[in-house]
Design a protein around this ligand. Structure first.
Ligand code: NAP
Length: 295
């Protein structure tokens, strides 16, 4: 870590609990590499203390911070400015100081899109199927909207939650049609898939043998498809292994994690950031190979 001096500027991540966050590791590695006078700290803040914590952070001159569970939605009403993207997602993960007060956006969306944009294949022509309808699925839908997709198919296990999810996109800034499907209909969608995204935790360590798409169903995935798992450990997940066996291109969640962090650090520092250092630091910590996560 760089030396902390009287001039050192503060960044951090707020959440509760916060002990398991990987963000300080990734950001402090980038800060040390750049040699800038910043430090990035984990800040445990209870839900009832969010408002007072924002005032406190302004008072001590914090330059910016990331936001994680349980504050990502609750913080929206406490900010002076919220980007269109964060409004559409309904969650903020990056905040910075402006003359008017705290401003927020959601860099998960750019993080999700980055490895897809690095790929030459035009995935938005085929049908986009999203597995799961939780918080991460919201960033994925926004990414699809921002990229210009016209239709997405969201597959979930709870019809009431699916309907609420669909309803919440009615005022979205993009001309996006969002269809909802119960899990049983997934095999019918698979032959038409251009992009298949897993946003459920199914297959995450230690349940490494689990996959949200069965082996029998995955044979219906076209060779031309991209399979994207938001999970980053293990790499590859069973879901990605099965997709790879069909000849599909696969992307794991590590790059989204790296790129959402890089996008946040760019906002705070207003300069290019060392994405490769951030990626390598995470890979080393998680015991993963240093590849970009796109296969
Ligand atoms: P979340 O809000 O809890 O949403 C999880 C979704 O998965 C819900 O729709 C849930 O359905 C569904 N689900 C859970 N277990 C399931 C099962 N056994 N079968 C079918 N559906 C199931 O969680 P989240 O914040 O969206 O995170 C989801 C995953 O994305 C996690 O693995 C997380 O680590 C990963 N993630 C990665 C990144 C990254 O940067 N790579 C960023 C964010 C999240 P119900 O609503 O019916 O319970």
């Amino acid at each position: 870590m760089s030396t902390i001096a009287g001039t050192t500027k503060l960044l951090g991540v707020i959440g509760y609990p916060i002990e398991h966050t990987l963000s300080p590791l990734m950001h402090n590695a980038a800060i040390a590499h750049l040699g800038v006078d910043y430090v990035y700290l984990p800040l445990p803040i209870q839900p009832t203390d969010l408002e007072i914590a924002l005032r406190g952070m302004a008072a001590v001159g914090v330059k910016g911070f990331n936001v994680t569970i349980p504050h990502k939605q609750a913080i929206l009403s406490l900010l002076a400015e919220v980007s269109e993207t964060a409004q559409a997602v309904g969650a903020v993960n990056t905040v910075w100081r402006t003359e008017r007060g705290w401003a927020g956006t959601n860099t998960d969306v750019a993080g999700f899109l980055a490895p897809l944009q690095a790929h030459s294949q035009d995935w938005s022509q085929g049908c986009t199927v999203i597995l799961g309808n939780g918080g991460a699925a919201r960033a994925v839908v926004a990414g699809c909207g921002q990229h210009g997709c016209r239709e997405v198919y969201v597959v979930g296990r709870n019809l009431d939650k699916l309907k609420a999810f669909q309803h919440s996109w009615q005022e979205s800034p993009w001309p996006l049609q969002l269809h909802i499907h119960p899990w049983e209909t997934l095999p019918d969608l698979l032959p038409h898939v251009g992009l298949l995204v897993n946003t459920t935790p199914v297959g995450m360590h230690p349940q490494v043998q689990a996959s949200p798409v069965s082996e029998a169903a995955m044979v219906r995935l076209p060779r031309s498809a991209i399979a994207y798992d938001l999970i980053y450990t293990p790499n590859p997940t069973r879901f990605l292994q099965l997709a790879q066996e069909q000849g599909a291109i696969t992307i794991n969640g590590l790059e989204m994690l790296v790129q959402q962090g890089a996008a946040a650090l760019r906002i705070w520092l207003q300069q290019p950031v060392p994405t490769q250092v951030m990626r390598q630091t995470l890979c080393q910590h998680l015991g993963l190979s240093g590849a970009s996560g796109v296969n």
